[in-house]
Design a protein around this ligand. Structure first.
Ligand SMILES: [Zn+2]
Length: 218
C-alpha cells in the first residue's frame, strides 16, 4: 500500500513537470533546481561562457541615456536554454556570443519611447516587443580573444546596411552574418530583417509582455 502511494506521488510529480513545462535545470554553480520554461532568470546563473556589453546600462547607445540600473541579461528560461545551446555551437567554431540587450521590462520600454517616440527605432509600448516578453536578444559574435567579428555595421545602426537583405558587403561580412543566422536558426531563433543583431525565440512570441524587474543587488 505504501509502495502504491509512493508510486502515485512520483507519477503526479512527473506529470506536473511535463504539463507545466518544468524541468530540472543545472545552474553554473552546479546546483540543481526545478524550473518552468517561462520563469525569468539571469543568464549568468546558467552559463559563464557569454560576453556582455549591455548598451542600455550605459549612455553609449542611440538614446544617449542609461535606462537600466545594472548590466545583466534576464530572459525566460527557455530562451536561456536555447541561447546556451547556440553559444556551444559557436564555441565549437571558435566564437562566442556577445550580448547587447535581453529582456526589457515594459516600464523601460515606456521610458525609451518617451525619449525616442519613433516606431522605426523603438517599439511602441502599447503593443510591446519580444524584448518585453523575454524572448528576444540583441547580439553579435566575438572570437575567443574577445574581438568583435565584422558584421558590417555597429549595433543599433539605423540604416539599410543593418538589414539582412543588404548584400553590398565583402564576402567576409556576409559570411559572418550568415553564420550567426544559421546557428541561431538551429536553436529556433528567428532573425529580424532590418536588424542583423536581433533574434526572437519563436516559442516566446505567445508569452505575455512583462514588467518583471530584477534586483541589481543579486
Ligand atoms: Zn532587439
Amino acid at each position: 500500500m505504501i509502495f502504491y502511494f509512493k508510486s502515485l506521488l512520483v507519477f503526479f510529480f512527473l506529470f506536473s513537470i511535463v504539463t507545466c513545462k518544468s524541468q530540472i535545470a543545472k545552474r553554473a554553480s552546479g546546483s540543481l533546481e526545478i524550473i518552468n520554461d517561462t520563469t525569468f532568470v539571469n543568464l549568468k546563473d546558467y552559463s559563464q561562457d557569454f560576453v556582455y556589453d549591455m548598451k542600455y546600462a550605459t549612455e553609449d547607445n542611440f538614446l544617449k541615456s542609461k535606462v537600466y540600473d545594472c548590466a545583466v541579461c534576464y530572459l525566460r528560461y527557455k530562451t536561456v536554454k536555447a541561447l546556451i545551446q547556440a553559444n556551444q555551437r559557436f564555441m565549437r567554431k571558435g566564437y562566442k556570443i556577445k550580448l547587447f540587450d535581453c529582456y526589457r521590462p515594459l516600464d523601460i520600454q515606456k521610458r525609451m519611447w518617451k525619449i525616442v517616440p519613433n516606431p522605426e527605432y523603438v517599439a511602441n509600448p502599447s503593443k510591446g516587443s519580444i524584448h518585453n516578453r523575454g524572448g528576444a536578444v540583441d547580439l553579435t559574435l566575438v572570437d575567443l580573444k574577445g574581438n568583435e567579428v565584422n558584421m558590417g555595421t555597429t549595433f543599433d545602426f539605423f540604416g539599410i546596411e543593418a538589414s539582412h537583405g543588404y548584400l553590398n558587403f565583402s564576402h567576409e561580412i556576409k559570411s559572418n552574418r550568415n553564420l550567426l543566422r544559421r546557428i541561431m536558426a538551429k536553436e529556433n531563433f528567428k532573425s529580424f530583417d532590418s536588424e542583423w543583431w536581433h533574434y526572437n525565440l519563436k516559442s516566446a512570441l505567445i508569452d505575455p509582455v512583462s514588467n518583471f524587474k530584477w534586483d541589481c543587488k543579486n
